[in-house]
Design a protein around this ligand. Structure first.
Ligand SMILES: Nc1ncnc2c1ncn2[C@@H]1O[C@H](COP(=O)(O)OP(=O)(O)OP(=O)(O)O)[C@@H](O)[C@H]1O
Length: 267
């Protein structure tokens, strides 16, 4: 923590004595994510901090930071109340630029899929019928269910990618860590999908906004997991099963795809 402290001073709330020192998990362009504890030493939490930006006017910067933190917390709280799988918000101080939320164990879905696909020789993709894709198909279904629940709540994420989804191991059964052989491999994709990073989320009931959310996820699959792209229809299938109004969103998705294709043809 000491070296990081000198480079990136933590928010004041993290400078008070604690039984376990906070650790800096990620440092992005806009914000930082620390792992710390909330109230009890064995209750881990994530603290998202948006430090002041020296290149912005201080009054404008303070106003923007406050608005972003409170908007992210508000959307997360709405989702959590309505049963969408997101981290619970524990505390926040928008004026100081931070929000504390439930720590989600596990690894990003992106890493889990890449790990799982990475173990398979590429030539097997030519003969997909012979490959048992069940664990991947199941995961795709859980992704579609999570996104369907999100949209049902009236929230669009704004940056749906497999990096913004965590795969949280279930209490019983656990994850592949420490397991060996086929059993361990099958378990690598087990767990609950939890959506994170609501920094760009908005409340919206529009088919267009929802379709753009799905399109962003579809593109993310194409570029990050080209070998899993052919299974994206499974995501859309379970999205439809979860969300009553999905049919008109999927029609809109066709338009959004068409616009995307035109844009890429025009360069
Ligand atoms: N609640 C959480 N529990 C565990 N890890 C988390 C949690 N929230 C975020 N992370 C980890 O921290 C990383 C960064 O978080 P997040 O994406 O919310 O921040 P960011 O990209 O800096 O935010 P923004 O896009 O709003 O600027 C995530 O990719 C994830 O690995």
């Amino acid at each position: 923590m000491a070296a990081a402290d000198a480079q990136f001073p933590p928010p004041k709330v993290l400078t008070y004595p604690a039984s376990a020192p906070p650790s800096l998990v990620t440092q992005g362009a806009e914000g930082r994510l620390y792992k710390t504890t909330h109230l009890l030493p064995d209750r881990p939490c994530a603290l998202k901090y948006r430090p002041p930006k020296p290149y912005r006017h201080p009054v404008l910067d303070a106003r923007l930071t406050k608005a972003r933190i409170s908007s992210e917390a508000k959307v997360l709280e709405k989702c959590w109340r309505e049963g969408v799988p997101v981290p619970a918000v524990y505390a926040m101080d928008p004026a100081a630029g931070w929000m504390m939320m439930e720590w989600i164990d596990g690894i990003p879905v992106r890493a889990a899929i890449n790990e799982w696909l990475g173990e398979r020789p590429a030539e097997l993709e030519e003969r997909p019928v012979e490959v048992d894709d069940t664990p991947l198909v199941d995961l795709m279904k859980r992704i579609g269910t999570a996104v369907g629940a999100l949209h049902r709540t009236g929230v669009v994420h704004g940056d749906l990618t497999t990096s913004n989804m965590m795969l949280r191991p279930r209490e019983s059964g656990g994850q592949a860590n420490g397991c060996n052989g086929d059993d361990g491999k099958a378990k690598a994709l087990e767990g609950d999908v939890v959506l994170i990073d609501f920094g760009l989320a908005t409340q919206s009931m529009s088919d267009e906004d929802r379709a753009v959310d799905l399109y962003v996820l579809e593109r993310a699959f194409a570029s990050t997991h080209p070998r899993a792209e052919r299974l994206f229809g499974t995501v859309l299938g379970s999205y439809k099963d979860t969300f009553k109004k999905a049919a008109s969103v999927l029609v809109k998705l066709e338009d959004v795809r068409m616009r995307g294709r035109k844009r890429s043809m025009l360069g």
